[in-house]
Design a protein around this ligand. Structure first.
Ligand code: ADP
Length: 189
């Protein structure tokens, strides 16, 4: 079983690479950003709550995120495993994910971090904003706020999994295929 966390700052290409890894290993893709956008699209109470934070470029509170993640996992049983995209984004979420996996009789097997410099991220997200219809991609101020949140709250998650020897850093700049090849190398070694 592969239970992989695809990790990195906003705009580092997690979703795109997750899609390719999912196809290769027949995994289930769990993206908390997509789950929140689905809730927002359906005007649910959870969506309304998440939207307040997302549109400011802030993280949604842990209890909301963890509850949603548990619900999603309860509806799924893929013996091949999962790819976690956009979660865990805090140490509390990492502890919750570990507990959920333990309760399911399994564990996180890899964390792959895509390394992309800040200036490149801002450029990519502003470009994506032209077509993504995502309010949080529209302004440089909100994008910078997301990067600040990442550095403060999310980047420590890399070291959290490094303590168990699970964290790998990959150069996230290059063509989609080049980056995917680096990820495959990392999973095979
Ligand atoms: P990106 O990685 O490009 O920022 P996502 O779709 O993963 O895109 O996340 C968009 C927003 O959704 C985040 O800025 C945050 O507000 C919210 N979000 C997504 N996942 C989480 C999470 N695990 N914890 C808290 N907030 C989250």
């Amino acid at each position: 079983m592969i239970n992989l966390i695809i990790f990195g700052p906003p705009g580092s290409g997690k979703g795109t690479q997750a899609q390719k890894i999912v196809e290769l290993f027949d995994l289930t893709h769990i993206s908390t950003g997509d789950l929140f956008r689905y809730e927002i699209g359906n005007d649910t109470p959870l969506g309304m709550k998440a939207k307040e934070y997302m549109n400011k470029g802030e993280l949604v509170p842990d209890e909301v995120t963890i509850g949603m993640l548990e619900n999603r996992l309860n509806q799924s049983n893929n013996p091949n495993g999962y790819i976690f995209d956009g979660v865990p984004r805090t140490i509390a979420q990492a502890e919750a994910v570990n507990q959920i996996m333990t309760d399911r009789g399994t564990e996180i097997t890899h964390l792959i971090a895509l390394d992309v410099p800040d200036d490149e991220i801002v450029k990519r997200l502003l470009e994506r904003g032209k077509t993504s219809n995502r309010p949080d991609d529209q302004s440089e101020e909100i994008i910078r706020r997301r990067i600040v949140e990442y550095n403060a709250k999310t980047s420590p998650v890399f070291n959290f999994y490094a303590e168990s020897g699970l964290s790998n850093k990959i150069d996230g700049v290059g063509s989609l295929d080049e980056i995917f090849a680096r990820i495959k190398d990392c999973l095979e070694s």
